[in-house]
Design a protein. Structure first.
Length: 319
């Protein structure tokens, strides 16, 4: 229940809830907790985004494996969600990764790093398929999608719902929060929601294209799309802003849909959209940072290619 809390967070929560009348120094001494010093706090602030990135990047495959096991349960291929081997492995792996990377999971810098790591994982070719295959789930990867990133997205979405369900299951002392049919439906919906991870800003072009009447000549249509692309993507700052806003909106939208699924099917007391602003902020920051990095890297690659091409042409002329 307290796996996601650091020692500082846990001590703060205990003091605030049960021992607020006790002097904080006396309370810390009583429980054997030593507050971090200045340099330790600075070090944590610097390292939190790195730790968040590391966890966000490496935890996507275990989350997808957990989701694949949950999908098997929802399709009637497994009898119990909590006892499914892939679900158990995915949850234990995520817990182990949290402990390995550490960091203050409630800090803004950790949240941005975590979102950036998750975002970056979708740009590694074959990562999702390889992760599923490593757990003997290569068939599941093909079932949930045609490629590794699709399998990763669907698995992560289903894994999100599995995590929510099992957290409530543990909180209630081993009792599921709703009927089995509701839980299975929630997991399937979660997998579908995961597909929104694959909706990059480039999809704006297709959306605009569908909004243009078919009666419009193709030349005019292409000009409209070209103008729209220039508005969004012509310069580096515009591309950074567009990708950031698009990724932030996707994260907030996905989180909102996952909340609606949870509230409607097994947790009526949930406050929907409570983390929407944070999700948007983390997603937008991750998207903007990632695109900003590309903007710095790509020109250098182009210059190197141009120099290489010029050198090859020179050597060809000298022959």
């Amino acid at each position: 229940m307290y796996d996601n809390l650091s020692d500082e967070q846990l001590s703060n929560a205990l003091h605030e809830k049960y021992y607020s009348s006790m002097d904080r120094s006396d309370f810390n001494q009583q429980i054997g907790y030593e507050e971090p010093g200045f340099f330790e706090e600075v070090g944590d602030a610097v390292m939190d985004p790195v730790r968040g990135f590391g966890y966000g990047f490496t935890s996507m495959v275990p989350l997808a494996v957990e989701g694949a096991g949950a999908l098997a349960y929802s399709l009637g291929l497994s009898d119990d969600l909590a006892e499914n081997d892939f679900v158990k492995w995915g949850r234990e792996s995520q817990k182990s990764l949290r402990e390995t990377f550490g960091g203050d999971t409630t800090s803004t810098s950790y949240g941005v790093g975590n979102a950036l790591g998750s975002f970056a994982s979708f740009f590694i070719p074959g990562l999702g398929q390889a992760g599923l295959a490593a757990r003997g789930l290569n068939v599941a990867g093909k079932v949930v999608g045609t490629g590794g990133t699709t399998g990763l997205a669907v698995g992560a979405g289903a894994g999100d719902q599995a995590e929510r369900i099992l957290n409530l299951y543990e909180k209630e002392g081993g009792k599921y929060p709703a009927a089995e049919e509701n839980l299975k439906q929630a997991i399937l919906l979660g997998g579908g929601i995961g597909l929104t991870e694959l909706a990059p800003v480039r999809m704006v072009g297709k959306i605009l294209s569908k909004g243009i009447p078919k009666s419009v000549p193709s030349e005019t249509r292409n000009k409209i799309l070209g103008d729209a692309a220039n508005i969004l993507f012509k310069t580096g700052p515009r591309r950074v802003a567009s990708v950031g806003i698009g990724e932030g909106a996707q994260e907030a939208f996905a989180g909102y849909l996952q909340d609606l699924t949870e509230k409607g099917l097994y947790n009526p007391n949930l406050e929907v959209g409570e983390s929407a602003m944070a999700d948007f902020g983390y997603g937008a920051s991750a998207g903007a940072i990632f695109q900003g990095g590309l903007e710095l890297i790509v020109p250098g690659l182009r210059n190197r290619r141009a120099i290489q091409q010029q050198e090859e042409e020179r050597q060809e002329l000298e022959k």
